[in-house]
Write a protein that binds this ligand. Structure first.
Ligand SMILES: NC(=O)c1ccc[n+]([C@@H]2O[C@H](COP(=O)([O-])OP(=O)(O)OC[C@H]3O[C@@H](n4cnc5c(N)ncnc54)[C@H](O)[C@@H]3O)[C@@H](O)[C@H]2O)c1
Ligand SMILES: O=C(O)[C@H](O)COP(=O)(O)O
Length: 392
């Protein structure tokens, strides 16, 4: 049995899937893989035998990806698995930014005991809000979450302007054609009545919304951050609120500087916390993990290229290596030199790393032993794994 170590509350759908596929969870054996949500893995020792780490969720800033890549550990996430949940909380946040719902609920509860109807009707004028229809929503990041938010806002009769320089032919189609594409983030910030940020916390995005960008926003605007703490400079946001340069700030990430501020609404990182999103993300995660551990196929990796081929031969060898010249030449030569016939060879690279998958039918025990030890000695090869097709 292969042991999988888990952190955080992983949906039972994911755990049951693993158990039904001959894995054990958190046993005494050295784990072959880690399955987690937001657990911070930076500064945590990762067991020698670990071959894969799967984030059941979108953001992977809690995982030391660079360090793991050097060890040949494949890191996966589950893109889109919780996007609908975040979209719905973002829409709820827009409504909370437009209408004083929370204060109104508190007031309604306070009317208990007196002439409820009289007190309610005579004081409800203090809880008048505005409508989203006709206002402009700026969406920064039009990925799985941002595209859904943008499209839904159109259905609420908002004008939507989006900014995402990373869109490509595969991802751009998700965005409704009525969403205006900004040439730069400044266009979004200056035009929007509501700004919502849906980008990953990478080095380049740390404090992406800082004092300078806040200064470009309308003083009547609302800022929403359901992406990550650290993407908005919360101290700068607090200053903008205190100086009437920003009307309201809603964030899914608590921060000491934001507490006890009537212009701030904080939720406790619940964007992806729905039953549906947790089930979907966990199932995506365990399927991707099982696929990698049993066939070598890589789907939704954040550090290595995806290779997803039907497993039609008896054996496969997956080779994780650096993306440098002549690797395919050296790998092919190795197999040729040892009289191992290659049925198919797939190779893809992303950034500094590459993955080569070699499909084999005739593979003696001696040849398999040789591959296990000698292939790793080719310079720039990081890790080699052999896969046996259980269906042949
Ligand atoms: N609150 C929650 O519980 C919750 C749930 C899911 C995701 N998230 C966060 O939201 C982020 C986005 O999620 P997603 O599923 O949409 O990810 P995604 O990868 O599908 O989309 C992210 C998009 O942001 C774009 N982008 C990156 N940097 C940018 C920048 N500086 N300006 C404009 N666009 C930029 C990328 O090109 C990409 O299209 C995640 O990385 C995660 O941190 C939070
Ligand atoms: O990046 C994500 O997917 C979200 O932040 C959800 O995090 P969680 O799985 O800890 O709820």
């Amino acid at each position: 049995m292969t042991n999988i170590k888990t952190y955080n509350a992983i949906s039972s759908k994911g755990i049951d899937y693993l158990k039904a596929h001959h894995y054990e969870i958190n046993s005494d054996e050295a784990p072959k893989a880690i399955l987690l949500r937001s657990q911070n893995l930076h500064n945590e020792p990762i067991d020698e035998d670990v071959r894969a780490i799967v984030r059941a969720g979108a953001g992977f800033n809690n995982i030391p990806v660079e360090e793991l890549s050097k060890r040949g550990i494949v890191v996966f996430n589950t893109p889109g698995g919780n996007a609908n949940a975040v979209k719905e909380l973002t829409i709820a946040s827009l409504v909370l930014a437009a209408r004083p719902v929370i204060g109104a609920i508190d007031f309604a509860n306070d009317t208990r005991g007196g002439d409820v109807s009289l007190r309610t009707e005579s004081n409800k004028g203090g809880y008048r809000g505005t409508e989203l229809a006709g206002k402009t929503l700026g969406v920064i990041g039009l990925g799985n979450v941002g595209s859904k938010v943008a499209n839904t806002a159109l259905a609420l009769d908002m004008d939507v302007i989006g900014y995402d320089p990373g869109l490509n032919a595969n991802t751009a189609w998700r965005v409704d054609r009525h969403v205006l594409h900004a040439r730069n983030v400044e266009e979004v910030l200056t035009q929007a009545d509501y700004v919502t940020v849906h980008i990953p916390l990478e080095e380049k995005n740390k404090y992406f919304i800082d004092a300078d960008k806040l200064a470009l926003m309308k003083p009547t605007a609302a800022l929403l951050n359901l992406s990550r703490g650290g993407i908005v400079d919360d101290s700068a946001a607090k200053d903008a609120l205190d100086n009437d340069k920003l009307r309201v700030y809603i964030t899914d990430f608590a921060d000491d500087v934001l507490f006890d501020n009537p212009k701030v609404i904080i939720t406790p990182h619940i964007g992806g916390s729905t039953i549906e999103a947790e089930d979907t993300s966990a199932l995506m995660a365990v399927r991707q993990l099982d696929e990698y551990l049993t066939t070598g196929n890589i789907v939704n990796s954040v550090n290595y290229p995806d290779i997803n081929e039907p497993f039609t031969t008896k054996y496969r060898v997956g080779i994780i290596h650096e993306n440098v010249p002549n690797m395919i030449g050296q790998i092919s030569k190795f197999f040729g030199d040892h009289s191992i016939n290659i049925e198919q060879l797939s190779n893809r690279a992303v950034g500094p790393y590459a993955y080569t998958m070699v499909a084999i039918n005739d593979f003696t025990k001696d040849q398999q032993e040789l591959v296990k030890t000698a292939l790793d000695e080719i310079p720039h090869v990081i890790l080699t794994r052999r896969y046996v097709n259980a269906n042949i």
